[in-house]
Write a protein that binds this ligand. Structure first.
Ligand code: AMP
Length: 317
């Protein structure tokens, strides 16, 4: 598969690289890591990273802000990264391309590519891009910059190798990136150094979270986000404020999305499979980290009940 991917890349004149909406470190890390790897190794190809700008992460990852647009040209190729289903692809045009390659590590729900490289056991899509590099190591050079983006992706999705998904293959991928000369400390600092604003957000969460039979969650509605002066994306990124608390088996952030006029749910757990609950609520993702949607807060009690049932089922297994 990775040989075929190399071949497709080498034949293209323009490559559009997509990733999922509400981008995170892995979406951006795999996207910009692959883009840089291609630019560094294939001289006559244009590479365009599609999707909305993520101001916060662009700044942390030192990605230059660009406003990409799709324009169909000859010999094109779409590579869609880290996106389980077509609905979540950020940016237009992938379906107008001659050829689509999907590379993803989510639970498989929609194999929309002409080639589908799908491995739900991989820690991150960035890890899969490392495997693409390794499979073609004899003809690809990995620069420090490309490796840096990929490291952001692996670290973001494994929380510094802490999650179960970080396995021997993940550490092997990371070792390839270290050999490319990345500055691990600088990357960690840009990701984890916090500020006073974060303390205020955590203060809000600690003052307002609800605990209900193993489920811990907080809601940030339109007014809360305005009072805190933060975006929805940033509000949900604090979901792990409720992690590592013995009594909380499942934790969630429920934040108002004013563009889509609905509530977005970020779900996390240590051992309880929550992906099936997410898929009941227009979402999905990974077994222990998923996203979902509520059309209004009237649906919240049903969601919490489903999560409590998931905890009970896990305990009785
Ligand atoms: P989030 O809580 O938004 O960080 O998402 C956690 C994981 O679930 C990520 O890997 C997302 O790509 C995935 N995810 C989030 N929302 C959805 C959704 N509506 N459908 C499918 N997957 C999702």
């Amino acid at each position: 598969m990775f040989q075929k991917m190399y071949q497709m890349i080498s034949q293209a004149k323009i490559i559009y690289i997509y990733r999922h909406i509400s981008s995170d470190y892995d979406a951006l890390g795999s996207q910009f890591g692959l883009a840089k790897l291609i630019k560094d190794n294939f001289k006559d190809v244009d590479v365009i990273c599609m999707g909305e700008v993520n101001e916060e992460l662009n700044q942390r990852m030192q990605i230059e802000v660009q406003k990409p647009s799709f324009e169909k040209k000859q010999d094109n190729l779409a590579i869609v990264l880290d996106t389980a289903n077509q609905e979540r692809i950020d940016g237009e045009g992938y379906n107008l391309c001659d050829y689509v390659i999907k590379v993803d590590h989510h639970i498989v729900v929609d194999s929309y590519g002409d080639i589908n490289i799908e491995d739900p056991t991989a820690s991150s899509t960035s890890e899969l891009i490392c495997r693409f590099y390794e499979a073609n190591q004899d003809r690809l050079a990995l620069t420090k910059q490309a490796a840096t983006y990929l490291f952001y992706g692996i670290i973001g999705d494994t929380n510094r190798f802490m999650y179960e998904s970080a396995n021997a293959k993940t550490l092997h991928a990371a070792s390839l990136l270290l050999l490319a000369g990345i500055d691990k400390q600088a990357i960690y600092e840009s990701m984890y150094l916090s500020n006073l604003e974060s303390l205020r957000i955590k203060g809000f969460i600690l003052n307002n979270f609800v605990f209900d039979e193993g489920v811990g969650y907080y809601v940030m509605d339109q007014e809360d986000l305005a009072t805190l002066g933060i975006s929805r994306d940033l509000g949900s990124m604090f979901v792990n404020t409720l992690a590592d608390i013995k009594e909380i088996e499942v934790w969630a952030a429920i934040t108002y999305d004013s563009k889509q006029r609905l509530y977005r749910v970020s779900l996390r757990s240590r051992h309880v499979p929550i992906q099936p609950v997410a898929s009941k609520y227009h979402g999905g993702g990974h077994i222990y980290a998923s996203g979902a949607k509520l059309s209004s807060l009237d649906e919240l009690p049903g969601l919490i009940l489903s999560l409590k049932e998931a905890i009970k089922n896990e305990i009785s297994i």
